[in-house]
Design a protein around this ligand. Structure first.
Ligand SMILES: *Cc1c(COP(=O)(O)O)cnc(C)c1O
Length: 422
């Protein structure tokens, strides 16, 4: 057993209600110097092996979150991050970020409440959903949340009526064809619509303070940022002509979360910095923010699941293996099914396995055949009921997309805090 102190709720200095954010059995472990989140995973597996308990669990390394933040600030020194809450809304994640001083991108009343209850100032929040329910706009107004995005006439009319002192940010259409999860079919005004929208806002006496865009989540090319920043310059010029005090550029999210992304964060940052210096040079009085989600959260969580069932089948002369595991599409893997690249698990077995690999399918636990963890026929060695599978990089859009379909609860979350952050 590793020496460890379990400091339940060490992070939650805020009001108690925040803790009821639907998180199941939260445990926070303060790591002693020289120990790591990976050691906690091994220790927990060992503990479970000694019992009949085989529930899936997730270990979050909050040290990684702080590292990603440092990395972001170092490589994009002119940009203030407003973390996108929908990516991973665990209380501990939000609290660490609030302590580190990031702002927050919220998209609903629920997210606004969650962040405000932690004591985050409303000025550190952007309500970055272009189409908002009227009562949510009223809620934002009542809480002093001023920054909010829009991309169409109807939204300006609603804001003029229900939150006339809002500071609007016009969301621009971008070419998101190079991203894993495009967004432009649903969001963004094209450049030729901007003049009209900015004029309408002026007529209705609503202030537009800037522009924003999102190049698509999991953006694969930095060129998308270059083009969008150039377009943003045109929107600024239009806005200034029409008489809006344009001073905020929001470059959205889309920064890669995984190490082996097609385009690295470093490459992206180089292109972004160059574009910013060209179109919005230092001293131009423009504040620059971003809404990273995936970049901050992906590497924070590791999912550990157990093989609860196995089928050995012969199909077209090939031996194929199917495993049923206790985390799946409905609990943590919905987003994984939408990724192009196949995620391979690390296999944790009691005994060494033979090197031969079989065509393998990993099924989630529910009574739905769509509930698979990835593509069929991936190559894995033969495994057995009771073996553990570990998936890294499971912090972004995993538990925030989960449901308890078929009565399967989300896995227990264990948060670890390295000694430097305690
Ligand atoms: C989802 C979302 C983000 C975060 O995107 P990532 O690709 O995870 O960085 C940022 N801004 C808006 C408006 C979003 O909808």
């Amino acid at each position: 057993m590793l020496a460890k102190r379990t400091c339940l709720q060490i992070l939650s200095e805020g009001p108690k209600e925040v803790e009821s954010s639907g998180e199941r059995q939260k445990q926070v472990i303060c790591l002693e110097p020289g120990t790591s989140a990976w050691m906690i995973i091994q220790e927990k597996i060992q503990e479970l092996l000694d019992s009949d308990e085989r529930d899936a669990f997730i270990v979050a390394d909050l040290g990684v979150l702080a590292e990603q933040h440092q990395h972001f600030l170092q490589l994009l020194p002119r940009v203030t991050p407003f973390y996108a809450v929908k990516c991973n809304n665990s209380l501990s994640v939000l609290q660490v970020l609030a302590n580190l001083g990031t702002g927050f991108d919220c998209a609903s009343r629920g997210e606004l409440e969650q962040v405000l209850k932690m004591g985050v100032a409303p000025t550190r929040i952007i309500y970055a959903n272009t189409c908002k329910q009227i009562s949510y706009i009223q809620y934002a107004a009542s809480q002093g949340v001023q920054l909010m995005t829009f991309d169409c006439e109807e939204e300006v009319i609603k804001v003029a009526k229900f939150h006339p002192t809002a500071r609007l940010v016009l969301r621009l259409y971008t070419d998101d064809s190079q991203s894993m999860f495009p967004l432009s079919a649903k969001f963004g005004a094209t450049l030729d619509q901007c003049h009209h929208l900015l004029s309408i806002a002026k007529d209705l006496r609503v202030t537009v303070v800037g522009t924003c865009f999102h190049v698509g989540s999991g953006c694969q090319t930095p060129e998308s940022f270059n083009k969008a920043i150039a377009d943003a310059r045109q929107v600024f010029d239009l806005g200034l002509q029409i008489g809006h005090p344009m001073n905020l550029l929001d470059i959205g999210g889309g920064f890669p979360g995984m190490k082996d992304s097609v385009s690295s964060f470093e490459e992206m940052a180089t292109v972004i910095n160059r574009a910013l210096d060209h179109y919005f040079p230092e001293g131009s009085g423009v504040e620059i923010i971003a809404e990273p989600g995936r970049f901050y959260a992906t590497k924070v969580c590791t999912a550990v699941l157990n093989i609860i069932g196995k089928k050995d089948v012969i199909k077209q002369g090939d031996r194929k293996l199917m495993y049923y595991v206790n985390d799946g599409f409905y609990t943590s893997f919905a987003i994984i099914r939408r990724e192009k690249e196949t995620r391979m698990p690390i296999v944790v077995k009691k005994f060494n396995y033979k090197p031969h690999r079989y065509l393998t399918t990993l099924w989630g636990p529910t009574c739905d055949a769509f509930d698979r963890l990835g593509p069929t026929d991936i190559l894995l060695p033969e495994l057995h009921v009771g073996d553990w599978l570990v998936f890294e990089d499971m912090g972004a859009y995993t538990h925030t997309l989960s449901s308890n379909f078929n009565g399967f609860a989300r896995p227990e979350m264990i948060f670890t805090i390295p000694s430097e952050l305690q």
